[in-house]
Design a protein around this ligand. Sequence first.
Ligand SMILES: Nc1nc2c(c(=O)[nH]1)N[C@H]1C(S)=C(S)[C@@H](COP(=O)(O)O)O[C@H]1N2
Ligand SMILES: [Mo]
Length: 305
Amino acid sequence: MIIRSSSSRDIPSSEITPYDIYMDRRRFIGRVAAGAAAAALVPGTLTACTDEVEAQEELTPYEDVTSYNNFYEFGTGKSDPAANAHTLRTEPWSIEVSGLVKNPARYALEDFVKPHTVEDRVYRLRCVEAWSMVIPWRGIPLADVVRRLEPLPSAKFIRFETLHDPAQMPGQRAPILDWPYVEGLRMDEALHPLAFLATGLYGRDLPNQNGAPFRLVAPWKYGFKSIKSIVKIEFVERQPVSSWEKSNPREYGFYSNVNPNVDHPRWSQARERRIGEWRKRDTLMFNGYDEVAPLYAGMDLQKNF
Ligand SMILES: Nc1nc2c(c(=O)[nH]1)N[C@H]1C(S)=C(S)[C@@H](COP(=O)(O)O)O[C@H]1N2
Ligand SMILES: [Mo]
């Protein structure tokens, strides 16, 4: 039994309700369970990921996930990306892989994703602005992509870049950040099984405002590390300078792990508001993903914030 990812590109978003999507997802998981044994034998088929987060926490409604966003290329207001990101053309899309790597090339998005097994994963995303969401992502593990590209031993970091095209991204006409948006991960962070390249959410292709056609999801770090609409992946020896670090190194560090013990210079990081709720929750170290702690053993996380 081959389970294929259904594309949402032909379904107007106005017709998708959170209920439809939720039911769709339930049915999808049922199908995967039924076909799990067969799917395991067929490379490139879709598999579901059993996920603790989903069992414990309510998903943030689709409506909120797609209307309350940070994507400065389309404006600095939370509703700007949903209002403005329709000007982004996501087809065709290619990714340029360069630097210290055995397989540098310009890859069409389809070819880039195809060799990998597409998975559904529920991850919390916690913004540095002290709000969070729980999102069912769809995509491929970053580690699988990195291994296939074969970095050289000298590659210590990965540098990611978002599209730079003010014609499609009106926010880039103002010098809010030093465009294009840049982010980076240390190689061992990129190889951690939690690091994910998302192509969809709620079982459908990513809406433009969420970083279509594909974006990083590093769930143990503040949301800004999860760079959207990626066009360049470069393997480098030295720690890249991210856009936020460049704009304000006192407020935004390279690591930016979710850490309730290190306040942002202008506000506390101890608590957060889950979008859709009024009460505040305590923020958890590494956003609750304790399995990444060994990556930072021996590092002073007050200094390397
Ligand atoms: N290219 C780009 N990527 C970006 C941003 C951005 O402004 N531009 N904002 C970041 C921030 S601050 C957050 S919190 C998350 C928000 O992701 P979401 O809108 O899908 O919830 O995207 C991150 N990725
Ligand atoms: Mo953020």
